[in-house]
Design a protein. Structure first.
Length: 707
């Protein structure tokens, strides 16, 4: 077979060896896989030339085609003929190349996919012929088809899966999401989800750190399995999901994306939670049961051990529960237990535990108490709460309770001995006639008794006006009286003279501090109104304010009202506070102090040097006066360390432009030392002891204000 391609021409590829270009082409064409051809643009595609490849492609020898035994039109698969002709005709009409894919039938009846590429050209005689190349693409076609099918199948799975499927970037943007995922998160379509949820880290996870954790696991293991998180849906509701995902890497190991599935596990989660609750909580009251109590108690013990606080374990047994249960029936009994549980919970802080031990027994675990007194006042409140009437079946009933208390560490070092001893103490309470509490340690019961008595004596004492105010003068460096400190005094018919250090803490815990302070303020203001100025200066009156008063809202307006009623100028009053004011809600404390400033009263930091003595609040808060604590003054004249501290406090006060007052000055040496260091004012037995108002008035008159 000879080609009728380009005319033979000498080539100069190589100057020494002439190349027969026709032969090269011939070899090339005939060794190609596929068939080169030249044909007429007629109804049967009459072949003028076909290359050797024809045989392999069609099963017919080249001559069969060129001689017209079989036409290419016949070989073309019948259903494809029209399309092939249309495409080729369109291309040749436009004078461009064509490429068309179709099927042919071989001599053996086999169907092959071919691609034909060609172009219409004019031959040597000016006739339009088509030259081109046809190759077998059956294998590629099958592969593509298979791929297409596979893609279709996967797409089907992706689109119709019941699990959410996603691809995201590492920094948390969606590349792809399926309809199930969209639906899970409350979107109508995946496109909507991808457009809206642009920041997975902040928008999806309820706990922001969750995405970090996800990324960390991905980077460490290349995957996450059953990664459970709580997430927000589009409408703000929350669901629990479980994710399985892995990293998709490129050919060079570079991270392309994260890919994975998401399942809604909200129902399982809530079921699990419910099971856990049931295992650890009492069904009737919802309180922790014996199981959980054991855990909590162990935790509390290690906490108390670490922090050095008291831990109180309290056994509570209702006194006449059996009577109510028997006479009103179980439904009423249940109702009573639920109500008592609610009240107990209301008495405690969130860090404490109230558990139901079974029947009518409850257990309290009280954490972080640093003194027995605060436990006592809490238990008093518990008894009051339990004792309030309960309405059952339309009638009011009153129940009491017997409480037994064991303290860690003194009454037991572990949960079981504490429980045992609290139980023993509870029986002691029952023996004592019910509706009371007993400590396992006997001495504490005396303390509790005394406190209880002191408290009720105080209540009536306030009503009976047993409290008085004494005044202790403050002088300047020339011993001229500049002011007084008002100090509460209690002369109880039952207990005699009770020191403020004993009754103030009880007043603070029981809330009696509010009426007590009110009374002291009234008496102090009333007395101060009558004092004439000395040396041209009005005499200041200082009143101590308990930090507890800063918890209420009304302290500032109360004091303003009392000043008005007494007709005393606010500038004549100083309020002494202690550092513990700032321990709680310090923002709030600062706000209240500023309101006091606006009112016009002076503010003094009492007992400076005993607490935290943080310098920062001295600078930040509107304080006018620093009172150096007595413990720093006692011994200041001969102990170098105390002298140093006193010196530092005084110079600090001076540099912050505060008035520095020394309290508890008992001798001349102390006075001289402090005066020499620059202390502004002095208070103490050296100058005068606290005295009743009358006495102070006489002292003023007698001394002319100079002590
Ligand atoms: P404080 O505010 O630091 O009061 C000074 C205390 O030191 C007073 O004790 C006073 O009598 C005593 N004192 C004064 N000079 C000397 C001295 O030279 N030597 C000695 N050894 N003691 C001296 P008092 O009256 O027993 O009060 C004790 C604390 O009770 C007060 O300390 C104050 O924190 C509190 N307190 C007293 N009255 C009230 C009050 O009306 N309300 C409040 N919230 N607390 C008060
Ligand atoms: Mg004071
Ligand atoms: Mg003081």
């Amino acid at each position: 077979m000879h080609s009728s391609f380009a005319p033979t021409r000498r080539s100069s590829l190589n100057t020494s060896v002439p190349v027969d270009r026709a032969r090269v082409l011939d070899t090339l064409v005939n060794n190609l896989q596929g068939m080169a051809y030249r044909c007429l643009d007629d109804a049967s595609w009459t072949m003028l030339f076909v290359s050797q490849g024809c045989l392999e492609l069609t099963g017919h020898g080249p001559e069969e085609l060129v001689e017209g035994c079989v036409s290419w039109e016949e070989l073309t698969f019948p259903e494809d003929r029209l399309r092939v002709r249309r495409e080729i005709t369109a291309a040749t009409a436009a004078g461009r190349r064509f490429a068309v894919q179709y099927r042919i039938l071989t001599s053996a009846g086999q169907v092959k996919w071919v691609v034909e590429r060609g172009i219409a050209v004019a031959d040597e005689n000016g006739r339009t012929v088509i030259e081109g190349f046809i190759e077998d693409v059956s294998v590629r076609h099958l592969t593509l088809e298979a791929l297409e099918h596979a893609e279709l199948r996967y797409r089907h799975i992706f689109e119709h899966a019941s699990e959410g499927i996603f691809q995201t970037t590492r920094d948390g943007r969606y590349l792809a999401a399926n309809p199930a995922l969209a639906k899970l998160y409350g979107y109508a379509t995946p496109e909507e989800l991808i457009a809206d949820l642009a920041d997975i880290e902040r928008r999806l996870y309820v706990r922001e750190s969750r995405r970090d954790e996800f990324r960390r696991l991905m980077e460490a293991h290349g995957e996450v399995i059953n990664f459970e998180s709580e997430v927000y849906c589009r409408d703000g509701s929350k669901i629990w999901i479980s994710e399985n995902a892995h990293i998709v890497r490129g050919a060079h190991g570079e991270l392309i994306c994260y890919e994975g599935t998401v399942q809604d596990v909200t129902e399982r989660k809530s079921y699990q939670e419910q099971l856990e609750r049931q295992a650890n909580h009492d069904l009737l009251t919802g309180l922790p049961n014996r199981n959980l109590l054991g855990d909590r108690l162990d935790q509390s013990i290690s906490r108390a051990e670490r922090l050095g606080y008291f831990l109180a374990l309290v056994f509570i047994d209702l006194d006449n529960f059996k009577f109510i249960n028997d006479s009103l029936g179980h439904a009423a009994g249940d109702q009573l237990l639920v109500e008592i549980a609610r009240r107990l919970r209301g008495c405690l802080r969130t860090s404490d535990t109230v558990a139901r031990q079974g029947g009518d027994e409850f257990v309290l675990v009280l954490n972080d108490h640093y003194q027995v007194n605060s436990i006592i006042s809490l238990l008093e409140r518990v008894l009051v709460e339990i004792g309030r009437p309960v309405s059952l079946s339309g009638r009011e009933f009153q129940v009491g309770a017997s409480l037994g208390v064991a303290l860690y560490p003194q009454d037991g070092g572990d949960a079981s001995s504490l429980l045992k001893h609290a139980d023993v103490a509870m029986y002691a309470a029952k023996d004592r006639g019910r509706n009371n509490f007993q400590f396992f340690t006997r001495e504490l019961n005396h303390l509790a008794d005394e406190r209880l008595n002191l408290e009720s004596a105080m209540r009536s004492g306030i009503e009976q006006d047993e409290f008085a105010v004494h005044f202790q003068p403050k002088v300047d460096h020339r011993r001229r009286i500049v002011g007084v400190e008002a100090l509460a005094r209690w002369n109880s018919p039952e207990f005699g003279q009770v020191a403020p250090d004993r009754f103030i803490p009880i007043a603070e815990e029981t809330g009696l501090i509010v009426p007590l302070t009110e009374m002291i303020l009234k008496k102090a203001f009333a007395a101060a109104v009558g004092w004439a100025p000395t040396h041209g200066h009005a005499i200041q009156v200082a009143v101590n304010l308990s930090p507890k008063l800063f918890l209420g809202e009304e302290i500032v307006s109360r004091i303003a009202a009392l000043l008005r009623e007494a007709g005393l100028a606010p500038e004549r009053v100083e309020l002494e506070i202690t550092e513990s004011v700032f321990l709680g809600d310090s923002e709030r404390a600062v706000r209240i102090l500023s309101e006091f400033k606006d009112l016009g009263v002076g503010l003094a930091m009492d007992d400076f040097g005993t607490g935290y003595s943080s310098l920062s609040y001295l600078r930040r808060f509107p304080l006018d006066i620093i009172k150096i604590d007595r413990s720093l003054v006692t011994g200041v004249e001969h102990e170098e360390e105390l002298a140093m501290i006193a010196r530092a406090v005084i110079s600090l006060g001076q540099s912050l432009r505060k008035t520095v007052v020394a309290e508890g000055v008992e001798n001349q040496a102390q006075f001289d030392f402090l005066r020499y260091q620059g202390c502004d004012e002095f208070q103490g037995y050296l100058i005068a002891r606290p005295m009743p108002a009358d006495e102070f008035r006489q002292l003023l008159a007698r001394s002319g204000g100079q002590l």
